[in-house]
Design a protein around this ligand. Structure first.
Ligand code: XBP
Ligand code: MG
Length: 259
């Protein structure tokens, strides 16, 4: 039986990367008088590295004008990341990072039905708090019972640690939960923790092959384009409902590969 939804953040709750984190990284480069700027396309490649600080270090490894010593690169990445997170929070406050359509409705529906809900993300706590404050106000956790972030784990996704911690904190067995993810790394993390996953395609992972999801589709705002297709009654606005998630979850209809 489905008892909890475990929500990824970047790409799932919000399309936060291209117009949020990427813009904020570029603002941090500018503020530190560095000539580096990440294009939308280059950022797509860099997203294969999870974690903003780790992403900065991966990019510096390929730059002739990055500091030569590892210790200097570490210090620069830390400072850039701190500035990036501050700039990202400002962008979120200004409304540059909306929730993806259908997200709020499903969160509210699941809460009304008594499901536990957690955030399970590799992003930093400051970023999640800014997003939750902007869109949900109130408590620092917003509508969620639990918020686990990059600082809460020793190993970020695709490591399953964040999922294992969420299951332990909510006292759930993996099949009692359903993860909602957008990236192959996020799906791998959930599956390594034995948690079934629904995949909502996002801008940067639209064409990636995803293995081992119970369902995959273009977003929670529509029941069109999902595999397997939802059946049964649909909401007046045509979005994916909790009943759809329950059916996918109950079916555990593992479709091994979506191109
Ligand atoms: C996505 C990420 C993060 C963000 C940047 O996490 O990989 O690294 O791009 O966040 P998820 P930080 O999809 O699990 O939410 O700079 O705070 O690391
Ligand atoms: Mg994601």
């Amino acid at each position: 039986m489905l008892r909890a939804l475990l929500w990824d953040v970047d790409g799932t709750l919000a399309e936060s990367e291209r117009d949020g984190h990427r813009v904020a990284f570029n603002q941090a480069f500018e503020a530190m008088q560095l000539p580096w700027r990440w294009s939308a396309a280059h950022y797509g490649t860099l997203l294969r590295v999870t974690g903003g600080r780790e992403r900065l270090l991966a990019d510096m490894a390929g730059r002739a004008d990055a500091p030569a010593l590892a210790v200097e690169r570490e210090a620069l990445a830390r400072e850039l990341h701190r500035r990036k997170n501050a700039a990202y929070a400002e962008l979120v406050r200004a409304g540059a990072v909306p929730l993806r359509p259908g997200v709020r409705e499903l969160i509210e529906e699941a809460a009304a039905a008594g499901l536990a809900q957690a955030v399970v993300t590799t992003t930093s706590r400051a970023n999640v708090q800014a997003l939750l404050k902007r869109h949900f106000g109130g408590s620092p956790c917003g509508p969620f019972d639990l918020v686990l972030c990059g600082e809460d784990v020793a190993a970020k996704k695709p490591d399953p640690e964040v999922y294992l911690r969420a299951l332990a904190a909510l006292r759930l067995r993996p099949p009692e939960a359903l993860a909602i993810e957008d990236s192959p790394g996020g799906v791998a993390a959930a599956r390594a923790a034995q948690v079934p996953v629904v995949v909502v395609r996002s801008e940067y992972f639209a064409a990636d092959t995803v293995e081992d999801a119970v369902a995959i589709g273009p977003g929670l705002h529509t029941r069109q384009g999902w595999s397997p297709p939802p059946h049964g009654r649909c909401a007046a606005d045509g979005r994916v409902t909790l009943a759809d998630l329950r059916r996918w979850h109950a079916g555990m209809e593992h479709v091994s590969q979506f191109g």
